[in-house]
Design a binder for this molecule. Structure first.
Ligand SMILES: [Zn+2]
Ligand SMILES: [Zn+2]
Length: 384
């Protein structure tokens, strides 16, 4: 194969700067190889030439010794040293670079990548998903739950192999047990999954009647789940190896548990803190009191100091939700809300009126400044 035209600069071919790193070279080559791949451009001579040109450039620039020689002496230098690559056939290109695409050249097209490694290994089973609803306290304190799921289990009758008892699977004749066949297209070899055995490498002539040859039967199973203290609404827990059994003896998939938490009528969660609102009377707020408040562990007495304002927050350190990761707990925040009675008895009303009469004569400093602001406001309005 003669090349009469002048050779292009290798960096120019790959479209990279002269100081490109090995990763940049690889990326650039991969991109060009994908775009000009003969399987995507059948019969396109220009794409073919670009594909070969890129392979040649990459072959030289990915080799530090050849790259250094090319940098100093150019194409001529390589030829003189006998280091000029010869990629006149596609076969030689695939042989040289198949591995950079991971699992064979077909890997750049997305199919078959990595298949080489698991050709004969049985496929793992599917992952399963289940929803678990917990009470607020169960989530806060942790709990044990037993759930029932339906999942594929290895068939008892055939031991999961899929062949009727007394018979056994035989190696697939079409692919020779490899699970893949090589298709040739012009001078381009392409590996694909064997259509006869669907990549299994085996053929079952006499399928087991218990499972129809799949090796799996669906069954109900009880699964015990240990829920750690502190899980939140929306948490996803993964139970490795509790999913569907793999067909023909493959490993089990995983079970994903999606946790949702019912709200509590008293507690609200804010991160690992819990907030609860506790009503107190005007008298308790004004005079001070000891009151009982609910906590995750029952109830607890707290001190309301005299003169407590409505919506004051009392912090109970370390009484919140346990940290899911790490030690310790959040806090409990008790919001004290002063309740104004909606109905007063005769006697209460008398007392409140008495109090109101006192309020007029004995104005607190804070109240006075407020009243002064109102007065100033009205005076300002009048002046306009
Ligand atoms: Zn086959
Ligand atoms: Zn079976």
């Amino acid at each position: 194969m003669g090349m009469a035209t002048e050779k292009r600069d290798y960096y120019e071919v790959l479209g990279v700067p002269r100081n490109a790193t090995p990763q940049e070279l690889k990326k650039a080559y991969r991109r060009i190889a994908l775009a000009t791949h003969p399987d995507r451009n059948p019969g396109d001579k220009e794409a073919e030439a670009r594909f070969k040109e890129a392979a040649e450039a990459y072959e030289v620039l990915s080799d530090p010794e050849k790259r250094a020689r090319y940098d100093r002496f150019g194409h001529e230098g390589l030829r003189a040293a006998g280091a000029a690559p010869d990629f006149s056939s596609f076969e030689s290109i695939f042989e040289a670079f198949g591995d950079i695409f991971g699992g064979g050249f077909e890997g750049i097209f997305g199919f078959g990548a990595g298949r080489r490694g698991r050709r004969r290994a049985a496929r793992p089973g599917a992952n399963l998903k289940v929803e678990l609803t917990l009470d607020f306290l169960e989530a806060a304190q942790g709990c044990e739950k037993v759930i029932t799921i339906r999942r594929g289990e290895p068939c008892d009758r055939c031991g999961g192999g899929g062949a009727a008892p007394g018979s056994s699977p035989r190696a697939c004749g079409t692919c020779g047990g490899r699970g893949e066949i090589t298709r040739t297209q012009g001078f381009f070899a392409l590996r694909t999954t064997c259509p006869v055995c669907a990549g299994q490498g085996q053929v079952i002539d006499e399928p087991c009647r218990g499972c129809g040859g799949s090796g799996l039967v669906e069954a109900e199973r009880e699964i015990q789940i240990r829920v750690p203290p502190g899980v939140e609404d929306g948490t996803r827990m993964r139970l490795a190896g509790e999913g569907e059994a793999g067909p023909h003896g493959g490993p089990r998939g995983d079970l994903y548990v999606f946790v949702s938490v019912r709200p509590h009528e008293l507690f609200e969660r804010h991160g690992d803190d819990i907030v609860c609102e506790v009503p107190i009377t005007f008298a308790q707020a004004a005079l001070g009191a000891r009151i009982r408040v609910p906590t995750l562990e029952g109830s607890e007495e707290i001190e309301v100091p005299p003169g407590t304002q409505s919506h004051t927050v009392v912090r109970l350190a370390g009484r919140g939700i346990p940290h899911l990761r790490g030690y310790g707990r959040g806090d409990q925040l008790v919001r004290l809300v002063v309740e104004v009675p909606r109905r007063l008895s005769k006697r209460q009303e008398e007392l409140v009126r008495e109090l109101a009469a006192l309020d007029d004569s004995e104005v607190s400093p804070r109240r006075r400044s407020f009243l002064e602001k109102i007065k100033a406001f009205f005076e300002g309005e009048r002046a306009q």
